[in-house]
Design a protein around this ligand. Sequence first.
Ligand code: SF4
Ligand code: SF4
Length: 441
Amino acid sequence: MQGLLNIFRKKTLVPQLTNFDPEIRQIADPDHVTIPLDYPGKVRYKPTVKPGDQVYKGQVIAKSRIGNCVCASISGTVKEMTSIWTAQSFHSPAIVIENDGNQSSSPEKIFDGPVDVQGDPEAAMARLRTAGVAPPWSLSGREYEKDGELAQLPPVKTIVITGIRQETTILTSQLLLEQNADKVADGLKRIVYLAPDAKICLTAPEDSRSWAEAKFQGLAEVEYLPENYLGRIEREVISRIHGQRIPNRESYRFHGIAVLDVEYLIAMVDALDGVAPLTQKCLTISGSNIDRAITVRFPLGSSIKHVLASQGLDISSYTRPVVGGPMMGFAQYSDTTPLTYNNGLFLIAEDVTPFDSMAPCINCGRCTRICPVDIQVHMVNRMIEYGQLDSARTLHPDACHECGLCANVCPAERPIVQLLHFCNHEMVHGERYNWITGDNS
Ligand code: SF4
Ligand code: SF4
């Protein structure tokens, strides 16, 4: 009885940031970087270098089928081609570059000056591709394969640039929007020449309205979002802007929508101006015993260990690093995992007991009440738990955004999102069940 009372007393607040350093700290190059080449369901790059090659920062080291590129994030020697587990728990081939202590080459070595996007949009698109700034409307986001061929996609009707922090602990977009507002405005002006028929939208925090209205007037439709997590879940926001709900497992691009972060808009401006290719990324470090969240800028492919050490943090002080935020992030089992297109690192200091048996559902209904897409979460979960995927399918688990709210409020701490993820993965990719036909094989 006491145990039951205890689980009802559990606090279910979404983790918040109470304090943060607004400065984005540049961290030094690591002794090596590991750059993944495969983002399953998204994009696959083939290496254009081999072990032993000398590469310079900004040099193209891999290309996708449509010519989007990955650039070396440090100068050095290609040590090996290997395979790794990425921060998103995918197995991927990867290029390892060992730092040789040389600094990056000059922009002149990489680019032949600025590109006029208004005068020559095709040259501008080519520049973005070689600079590693994957423009989403140009099919960079996903492979979109159909029978081994690139699928035809509808034209982009809406471009959404996100300037808010979806996860409450990740500050990158918000800080970059505030600190680079002129460059963001510049990027908005240029994007119209690359996608002339698209509606351009920008999401911004409600408390930026006082200055953002004047800054972005006439350049984009600005959607001001509240501070709370529920009001900022990306799929929900995109649905509101676009007027159509897009399930988690469907690409925006198939619906004529492209979504990119302000960080990539800024990187586009730098690439078009011939200033720098995309070799760095910003990420916010926060956690249960970090008083002041820190945002750093690091070379792509740096390890978790390198990024933490640069701020005097030691992984042994924590039970688990989570790449992403506490609601939607991925727990990591190793601090050698490379960080690439990740916006947050959330460190958990409390004890975790991952080998406890799964606690039973007590039918409190909290998960179902909070679900933003109205899934009967408690029902679906138990069906999945007992292998009744046919029954689970009738309750549309595929609508799940994996926003994490249900797991966050569950007093029994059940692995709700993992079960839903398993179910949806099984339905799309599993051998046991065919989502399309509903047949077991
Ligand atoms: S993670 Fe939970 S709350 Fe969020 S959409 Fe999925 S079922 Fe609903
Ligand atoms: S799964 Fe849902 S209904 Fe069951 S205990 Fe957790 S929050 Fe309550």
